[in-house]
Design a protein around this ligand. Structure first.
Ligand SMILES: O=C(O)C(=O)C[C@H](O)[C@H](O)COP(=O)(O)O
Length: 212
């Protein structure tokens, strides 16, 4: 089975930056999603790295119609199913396993899996995956590494995540094989903890003006 690009692409192409979020308090989820959407970043990735994550996804799916909530840090099929059931519209994984691909094949919720090396990327191409996350982007070689892949592995497109910031996002977005970037910088922990939603909208607005 192939990747559900019909569902995934509008999300990845809809905005240059996908916020990667760590939500510690469920009550923060809806206002945070609203603040990011107000700044032009409706699609968000809530990582399953906190115990509040699934409830946070549920809250955004139920309470914030203008947002497109996805789940990140999906490591196995059980998490895939739980995140989909909670209302995730896309699923992001920091790597790739057969179990996760099988879960994706059994689901209506599309998967953005990650790969770094040429062999990993070639293996994913054979599985029908055209859009991949490139994680951890900066640490793995950054924009120069991705650029070097663009010719031999043309036809595969990436969402680099990990160490991406307002300062380097433009460089990634200018590459022919980058569809969007992901990053946590638009929702800093201190601002979320303090409920500084307007400041988060300002950061989102700045990020949403970057061009893909
Ligand atoms: O847990 C995952 O599956 C991830 O998505 C990892 C994130 O992409 C990075 O943690 C975000 O990186 P920073 O923007 O450097 O904070």
């Amino acid at each position: 089975m192939a990747q559900r690009t019909d569902l995934l692409l509008p999300i990845l192409k809809g905005q240059p930056v996908i916020p990667v979020l760590l939500v510690d308090r469920v009550a923060d989820a809806a206002p945070l999603a609203r603040a990011l959407a107000a700044g032009g970043l409706p699609a968000i990735e809530i990582t399953l790295r906190t115990s509040a994550a699934l409830d946070a996804i549920r809250a955004v799916a139920e309470e914030v119609p203008e947002a497109i909530v996805g789940a990140g840090t999906i490591l196995n099929a059980r998490q895939y199913e739980e995140a989909a059931k909670a209302g995730s519209r896309f699923i992001v994984s920091p790597g790739t396993t057969k179990a996760i691909r099988d879960a994706a094949n059994d689901s209506d919720v599309p998967l953005l899996p990650a790969a770094i090396t040429p062999s990993e990327i070639m293996a994913m191409r054979e599985e029908g995956y055209t859009y991949l996350k490139f994680f951890p982007a900066e640490q793995a070689g950054g924009a120069a590494f991705l650029k070097a892949l663009s010719s031999p592995l043309a036809g595969t497109f990436f969402c680099p995540t990990g160490g991406v910031s307002l300062a380097n996002a433009k460089t990634y977005l200018s590459l022919p094989n980058v569809v969007c970037v992901g990053g946590s910088w638009v929702a800093p922990k201190e601002l979320v903890e303090a409920g500084e939603w307007e400041k988060i909208t300002t950061l989102a607005a700045e990020a949403s003006k970057l061009s893909a």
